[in-house]
Design a protein around this ligand. Structure first.
Ligand SMILES: [Zn+2]
Length: 54
């Protein structure tokens, strides 16, 4: 049984970049997907902060 690693954004096989900023350790196949993933991560952080503030 092998572990299937897939890009978090585009679902392609063999992602090489692991996002260390993200607590879920998401994986990306390249910079484009890394940037996209980082964007949604920032959005998630903002939403979490807004919930704390309210
Ligand atoms: Zn990708």
């Amino acid at each position: 049984m092998r572990t299937e690693l897939r890009c978090t954004e585009c679902d392609s096989e063999g992602p090489k970049i692991i996002s260390l900023r993200n607590p879920a350790r998401e994986r990306y196949c390249g910079r484009f997907c890394l940037d996209k993933g980082h964007e949604s991560f920032i959005r998630w952080i903002r939403r979490a902060n807004a919930e704390i503030a309210s």
